[in-house]
Design a protein. Structure first.
Length: 426
């Protein structure tokens, strides 16, 4: 038997301390977002920082490039020629030239670089070798600055190359490396461990009556990554209180995760131990139930050391909708990202009222209309598997042709970007 949904007071901008009923879906999202702040940044080697958000500006510590160099293979020259060839790299006096390769340091005194195809070296008087301009050389080949890449051409020392807040792509990383960065300060991603509960859950083969194949283990690490977390491993436990207590205490190998997600056991039967284990560990429930369907038994708690625990109901679709409602905002807050906005779209179907609760319905997009998907019972995955997003239908329902809030799924970002270009966000 499940607990009646209750609300446990948490400081937050949108939730009244007087409220005692289950928070609405919108309040639960706000609460999950505002109960946590950004994790501190960390320093990473450039290659490891791709896909992270930069938290400190990268500035050019010196001019970029930091020395004038040749843009061509040929000769560094001083004057209009002919030139007496001298040793490469040494300062050039008027009338002198020396061999230089592309990227080579322009020697002092050199005013230009003559391309290899524009000159010819011949033996001159007294054994000296002499460089002369070919008759077919292009005009202006010896003008000052020709084929020289000046220092500071790309950036001046002190210039901001990549501002804090940038989501780093591979080219940003190359730019940072070229500018001499050995470490980049980036936003830390929340680490997320998963505790899969239920002695009836099996992980391979066809389940016997009374058993269920695990719907969470195969997908959760990927979804956690898509939500901006770092998967920290999964453990499986049965239905005993001691197993729950040990799992939430975090006695497993490695450092403790920022967030633990449990599956199943949110009810109040003899095998549902979420609340008792949290209490035994000195934690507090931040939220106990949400006025939504499916997923209403979802629970969220904070342990004394600051770790968060999200309890997802065992029914697979209910769990995923609860993960979107609580996990997405919490991981966004810890990762210093904005809360995902819902999009207003036009409902293609009449959806009945369901007083007192928001319905989260996997939906499909047909032209500019959204329709509830089929096969979306709380225990089903079939509807979600083909959905473009999910609708948050208010308790009053939605008539066909009227606006309804829609959110993308973590794996349907193309849906969200396509839609965002066409309709206003709320
Ligand atoms: N008397 C009441 N019973 C129930 C209520 C209620 O209000 N009163 N609510 C129902 C709803 S809604 C949900 S959701 C579930 C929540 O139950 P739990 O979170 O305690 O989850 P379990 O009882 O452990 O499991 C429920 C269901 O999910 C299956 N399950 C569990 N883990 C997995 C997994 N890894 N992969 C696939 N399926 C899984 C489990 O076998 C059960 O069938 O409570 C209802 N009952
Ligand atoms: O809401 Mo349960 O969470 O419907 O399956």
């Amino acid at each position: 038997m499940l607990a009646q949904a209750t609300f446990i007071d948490v400081p937050g901008p949108t939730v009244s301390a007087e409220r005692r009923h289950a928070p609405s879906w919108a309040e639960a999202r706000q609460l999950a977002y505002h109960c946590a702040g950004p994790l501190p940044p960390l320093n990473l080697r450039p290659a490891d920082a791709i896909g992270r958000t930069l938290t400190a500006n990268i500035t050019a510590s010196q001019d970029l490039p930091h020395y004038a160099s040749s843009a061509m293979d040929g000769w560094a020259i001083n004057g209009n020629g002919p030139w007496v060839m001298t040793t490469a790299g040494l300062p050039l006096s008027p009338g002198e030239a020396s061999v230089i390769a592309t990227g080579g340091l322009i020697p002092a005194g050199a005013a230009a670089v003559l391309r290899k195809e524009s000159g010819v070296v011949v033996d001159g008087a007294g054994g000296a070798r002499q460089l002369t301009l070919k008759p077919d050389a292009k005009l202006g080949e010896t003008l000052p600055g020709r084929h020289i890449r000046p220092a500071g051409e790309e950036a001046s020392a002190g210039e901001v190359l990549i501002p804090a807040g940038t989501l780093l792509n591979p080219a940003h990383i190359a730019l940072a490396a070229v500018a001499g960065s050995d470490e980049l300060q980036v936003q830390r991603k929340p680490s997320v461990a998963v505790v899969l509960t239920g002695s009836e859950v099996v992980t391979s083969g066809e389940p016997a009556p009374g058993q269920v194949r695990d719907a969470f283990g195969p997908q959760l690490d990927t979804v956690i990554s898509q939500l901006g977390g770092e998967p920290r491993g999964q453990i499986r436990i049965g239905d005993s209180y001691d197993e729950w207590l040990a799992a939430l205490a975090g006695g497993q190998a490695g450092s403790l995760p920022d967030v633990t997600i449990t599956t199943g056991g949110t009810g109040k039967s003899g095998t549902d131990h979420f609340r008792d284990a949290i209490a035994a560990l000195g934690g507090r429930l931040l939220l106990d139930g949400i006025a939504m369907r499916p997923g209403h038994p979802a629970v969220m708690a904070e342990l004394p050391d600051g770790r968060f625990v999200i309890g997802l109901p065992g029914n697979p679709l209910a769990a995923m909708m609860a993960l979107m409602t609580l996990g997405e905002p919490l991981l966004a807050a810890l990762g210093n990202r904005p809360l995902q906005s819902a999009i207003l779209m036009t409902s293609g179907a009449d959806i009945d009222p369901d007083p007192g609760r928001t319905r989260l319905m996997p939906c499909t997009l047909v032209h500019d209309l959204v329709f509830p998907a089929s096969h979306t019972g709380p225990g089903m995955m079939r509807g979600l598997a083909w959905a473009d997003g999910y609708m948050a239908v208010p308790p009053a329902g939605a008539a066909a042709g009227t606006p309804v809030q829609v959110l993308p799924l973590p794996w349907t970002t193309s849906f969200s970007s396509e839609v965002r270009t066409r309709v206003p966000m709320v």
